[in-house]
Design a protein around this ligand. Structure first.
Ligand code: GDP
Length: 197
């Protein structure tokens, strides 16, 4: 699937303010610095469309991008900022939980995982939460270009093993690099397929 046009559709502080036009949407989320802005830009083939959403730890907004007038890519505020206050963290949790639980048009979440680092408790916890709420999700491994093929495979094997301690099977996964465009086609094909279901 090729994208012809992506338009910023707004930033919203809570689910109740989000678009009500019924278009399917896909939410991207991950630890701060996982490469989310770069991935959103890579998917949209725009240099800095996601910059608008870069206000770490301050405003926590749901950022909407309308793709080809058909579906929304939603850039969710990331988790795991070291400097964030307890209060802000609780606010983030409440907003994200409400969004994920109540968003009737959400087709799938994409949980971004850095392919360069060992399994992180915070990512596993977040996936477990999605599981408890029965929210469909896929994994997007980021920054795959940083590792040699064998190192990448070894790292992914470790992460998959950690996931399988909590899950019976692995969710759909995409191995990506925003530097090289790796995984873009596959990710868009997946979204296209879900949109058509
Ligand atoms: P965010 O905080 O999750 O939005 O992460 P950013 O997109 O700002 O990326 C964090 C850092 O990782 C930046 O220094 C990026 O240049 C780098 N980065 C992001 N994606 C990739 C990638 O695919 N490959 C490499 N080598 N670096 C990346």
């Amino acid at each position: 699937m090729e994208i012809k046009q992506t338009a910023f559709a707004g930033s919203f502080a809570k689910e109740s303010q989000c678009p009500r036009d019924g278009k399917p949407e896909y939410a991207f989320i991950g630890r701060s610095n996982v490469g989310k802005s770069s991935l959103v830009n890579m998917i949209c083939k725009r240099k800095s469309i996601a910059r608008i959403s870069r206000t770490p730890g301050k405003t926590q907004l749901l950022n909407y991008f309308l793709v080809d007038g058909l579906w929304y890519l939603v850039d969710l505020p990331g988790y795991g900022y070291a400097k964030i206050s307890k209060k802000k963290r609780a606010e983030w949790q409440r907003m994200i939980r409400t969004y994920l639980k109540t968003r009737y048009t959400l087709q799938s979440a994409f949980v971004l995982i850095d392919s360069n680092v060992p399994p992180q408790e915070i990512d596993l916890d977040f996936m477990n939460e999605l599981g408890e709420e029965q929210i469909p999700f896929a994994i997007v491994y980021t920054k795959a270009d940083r590792l040699k093929p064998q190192e990448l495979e070894d790292n992914l094997a470790q992460i998959r093993k950690a996931i399988l301690q909590h899950w019976e099977s692995l969710p759909p996964e995409f191995i990506t690099s925003s530097n090289t465009g790796l995984g873009r086609e596959e990710l868009l094909a997946y979204i296209d397929q879900v949109n058509k279901q």
